[in-house]
Write a protein that binds this ligand. Structure first.
Ligand code: GLN
Ligand code: ZN
Length: 558
């Protein structure tokens, strides 16, 4: 083995001095090995670490010039000609064809100052993109011509090599690539003037509820009449094999739309009756019609497309098939109203409508790269806002806008966090601000590291936030030592990722712990995420225990 690649993407983060020093010590020791080391960095730039990273005693360095093209200058300032410089020129995190002429300009800029050996590479591992575009036979041919999956990206690299070594042979491919880039930029498929007009009209009137939370809370209390420590769930209930079969049969045309609707309505009715008999305070319809919280919305929005086989690894052995946002996003018609409205018609308890938020849809999709991500987020937000307003009009008193992946969009460097948080919060507020004060907006987030962005989360101004905490034993509460969270909050007390059935005592203890930092009249009682992966028999017992816990706290409070 001549070369070993060692991945150190941590070099694109803020690093304590001790860690930097450790790099030097460790790589000095590795230097004695006979193999050559390629130190690979990606997902961002080396920033102020450029000079020390370039001086580490390794044979080569890989840099991500897709996410951080600006780092090239600093790297060239510090790089020695006897080393190999690997240029990450092809986007390993997205599915668009590369502008090969732009990549060639970058290579020649590097060439002018660097006389050593240059390698051409994707920006990072290709496990983040699907394998082969050729298998996608049903895609619109124009849009398909804009895309490159892993195999096509390797071909792009080969074309770049040819363009440098045998320019005549590469010429036709370079022209094809330039045409694809131009076709995409100019295509009427991606531009929707109506969406762009709406976008231009976004101002502060679209991001403010009518009144501040204390006023809204009074109106919501009067309308909803909930007990203290209100109980609810995060949205989904167990997805049984029958539910999945009904969805698959409908998709394949094996059952009619009328039969499918009947099946879903039955499932909703079952779910509502279960929640009523358990004694939950705020009910949900159960999300049986959804395969996935992003795909379900993407399939109904314009500007999205779905692949047949575009699977990528999510974590462990789990794979997802992210949608591709290729054009301006808009909502041709309501997406969830019929199900929530039907569910509300079955019960006097308040029904919570359930939507996926714009930031989560963005963070779990392949997003167009011809405009800032914030612009796409605002387009998504305008579409979700229409859905929120339609749910309110249909008589749904509580609407949850899930931002499960809100944190995932944070840039690697903390100095860039605020820029992201500002537009991400604004996108959420666009969705949630069109309703009356008496309509209660919830949001849900799937992580417990909350402390460092608590101010932005408070700025989202959701009336209620539910959040994962049970696994971390209420670690999030640390955030409340210095920060007075103004609105209501449901720190999850039932860990839905664990097969264990939580006892009432466990949950009472967690709630008491929460009560040390959060006023009892701010607290909600709920699981820490959706229940779709669990079985009814466990869910019934766990929720019954959770409701007992809420009752125990109410009796103490009286
Ligand atoms: N409402 C979604 C559900 O209950 C939320 C899922 C999530 O947070 N990942 O399934
Ligand atoms: Zn969750």
């Amino acid at each position: 083995m001549e070369w070993v690649q060692i991945d150190e993407p941590i070099l694109v983060l803020d690093l304590p001095t001790a860690w930097k020093n450790a790099f030097e010590a460790v790589y000095n020791r590795l230097q004695s090995s006979p193999v050559k080391i390629l130190l690979a960095t990606y997902f961002g730039g080396l920033g102020e670490h450029a000079s020390f990273a370039c001086r580490l005693p390794v044979a080569g360095l890989h840099i991500d010039l897709v996410r951080a093209p600006e780092q090239l200058t600093a790297v060239l300032d510090n790089f020695a000609n006897h080393k190999v410089l690997s240029l990450g020129l092809i986007d390993g995190r997205n599915i668009w064809r590369t502008d090969l002429n732009a990549a060639l300009s970058t290579i020649s800029a590097a060439r002018e100052r660097f006389k050593g050996e240059l390698w051409l590479a994707p920006s990072c591992s290709l496990l983040h993109v699907p394998i082969d575009l050729e298998h996608e036979t049903a895609l619109d041919p124009t849009i398909k011509s804009w895309l490159a999956f892993a195999r096509q990206k390797l071909t792009e690299l080969e074309v770049l090599r040819l363009a440098l070594e045998e320019p005549a042979a590469a010429e036709p491919d370079l022209i094809v690539s330039a045409n694809a880039v131009r076709s995409r930029r100019e295509s009427t498929l991606i531009h929707n003037p109506a969406v762009q007009a709406e976008l231009a009209k976004i101002d502060s009137s679209l991001t403010q509820r009518q009144n501040l939370f204390p006023v809204r809370r009074e109106q919501q209390r009067a309308k909803l009449n909930l007990p203290s420590y209100p109980t609810t769930t995060i949205g989904s209930f167990p997805q049984t094999p029958e539910i999945r079969k009904a969805r698959a049969d409908f998709k394949r045309g094996l059952i009619s739309e009328a039969d499918y609707i009947k099946h879903m309505e039955h499932t909703i009715e079952f779910c509502v009756r279960e929640q009523e008999s358990l004694g939950l305070d705020v009910l949900v319809h159960g999300e049986a019609e959804r395969n996935d919280m992003v795909e379900y919305f993407g399939e109904q929005l314009d500007g999205f497309l779905f692949t047949a086989n575009g699977w990528v690894q999510s974590y462990g052995s789990r794979c997802v098939k992210p949608p591709i946002i290729y054009g301006d996003v808009s909502r041709p018609k309501p997406m969830t109203v019929r199900w929530s409205q039907y569910a509300q018609s079955l019960t006097d308890k308040p029904m919570k409508g359930m939507l996926t938020g714009p930031v989560t849809i963005l963070n779990w999709s392949f997003v167009r790269d011809d405009q800032p991500r914030s612009t796409t987020a605002y387009q998504l937000a305008l579409a979700i806002r229409e859905e929120v307003n339609d749910l309110e009009r249909a008589g749904i008193p509580i609407i949850q806008i899930d931002e499960a992946a809100f944190r995932e969009g944070l840039p690697p460097r903390q100095s860039r966090w605020q820029g992201y948080l500002d537009w991400a919060v604004r996108a959420f507020r666009i969705c949630s601000s069109g309703v009356k004060d008496s309509t209660q907006i919830h949001t849900h987030m799937c992580y417990s590291e909350f402390n460092d962005i608590i101010k932005s989360i408070a700025d989202m101004d959701a009336d209620v936030i539910t959040i994962e905490t049970s696994r971390s034993n209420m670690e999030l509460l640390e955030a409340f030592i210095d920060f007075n969270y103004p609105n209501e909050i449901g720190p999850g007390v039932y860990d839905i990722h664990s097969p264990n059935v939580p006892t009432t005592d466990d949950m009472v203890a967690l709630l008491k712990k929460a009560g040390e930092r959060i006023a009892p009249d701010q607290l909600w009682v709920n699981p820490d995420c959706g229940l779709k992966t669990r079985q009814w028999q466990d869910v019934r017992i766990s929720l019954a225990n959770m409701i007992e816990a809420a009752k125990a706290l109410r009796s103490v409070a009286v």
